[in-house]
Design a binder for this molecule. Structure first.
Ligand code: CP
Ligand code: NVA
Length: 304
């Protein structure tokens, strides 16, 4: 496996499958009361420049449960906020730490961090993608459906960072992925281009959510305005209204459809309350799986 996970194109299909298998093993062992002290003496830094509930806590809990330590570093409280170059920060932090988990705006910032340090760097969300999220999402699909092959996976909503990671995962794993996005809010063309160069499955973008979800096995949605897009909230609310995941939409999917959301959810916007809390929703299991997947990722990149 590569040193870093900056996007899901850093992983081969074999890497994905190893992470899924290991996350399931670690989850099972934890359920049986076993402890796995795999990262004793290791320290990671979590450099976050955007809010987080799940990603931060699940990485911190994962690290503690594996016998290691994490240090939360609010980027705005560092000298980065006073213009210390990223490359200097990266070189210094790598003298103290065994790995870095970074949540920030720009993918270039993350890439520069990775370039100037020899310790593993894990993308915990940028404006461009959210790879660790989609790893735990597919883990959840495997648990519910027994695998990820031959499923119709439908993204409904903004062609955003999480959608981009789904596109890369689809390209590597050969998924059947349909993205229903309003016109003007489709995935970034560069992401589509890179995915299509690599692609083994089917990746289709449409503006018709009703047709897209027909017989779907998985429906996935996310907020209409991501972190950093708060100013566009009202405009987006109007444009995205036909893309709400509600009971009418879910009725068109397969009966056993999994409804997924990376959270935080805005009830009454991208998803209705009844669907989020309904029998097809798997969002709490999905959220839990972030911790199990993060353990597998940390072990793979940091243990040796
Ligand atoms: N899904 C997710 O990344 O949640 P947080 O923003 O709370 O980390
Ligand atoms: N697309 C969302 C995901 C949050 C986990 C955002 O970037 O805000």
């Amino acid at each position: 496996m590569k040193k870093d996970i900056l996007t899901l194109l850093d992983l081969s299909k074999k890497d994905f499958d190893r992470l899924f298998q290991r996350a399931l093993e670690l989850k099972k062992r934890q359920g049986q009361g076993e402890t796995d002290i795999l990262l004793k003496g290791k320290t990671i830094g979590l450099v976050f420049d955007k809010p987080s509930t799940r990603t931060r806590t699940s990485f911190e809990a994962a690290m503690i449960q594996l016998g290691g330590t994490s240090i939360f570093i609010s980027a705005r409280d560092t000298q980065i906020a006073r213009d210390e170059p990223v490359r200097d920060t990266a070189r210094v932090l790598s003298r103290y730490l065994d790995g870095l988990v970074i949540r920030t705006y720009s993918q270039d910032f993350l890439n520069e961090f990775a370039e100037f340090t020899d310790i593993p760097v894990i993308n915990a969300l940028t404006d461009l993608c959210h790879p660790t999220q989609v790893l735990c999402d597919i883990l959840t699909i495997i648990e519910y459906k027994g695998g990820y092959e031959n499923l119709k996976i439908v993204w409904v909503g903004d062609g955003n960072n999480v959608a981009h990671s789904w596109i890369y995962a689809a390209a590597v794993l050969g998924l059947n992925l349909i993205l229903a996005c309003p016109e003007g809010y489709e995935p970034h063309p560069d992401i589509m281009k890179r995915a299509l160069e690599r692609k083994t499955g089917s990746i289709v973008v449409t503006s018709d959510p009703i047709e897209a979800v027909n017989a779907a096995d998985v429906i996935y949605t996310d907020v209409w305005a991501s972190m950093g897009q708060e100013d566009e909230h009202f405009k987006r609310k109007r444009v995205f209204q036909p893309f709400q995941v509600n009971e009418t939409l879910v009725q068109k999917a397969s009966q056993a459809v999994m409804v997924m959301h990376c959270l935080p959810a805005h009830r009454g916007e991208e998803i209705s309350e009844d669907v989020l809390e309904g029998p097809n929703s798997v969002v709490w299991d999905q959220s839990e799986n972030k911790m199990h997947m993060n353990k597998a990722i940390l072990e793979a990149l940091i243990a040796s």
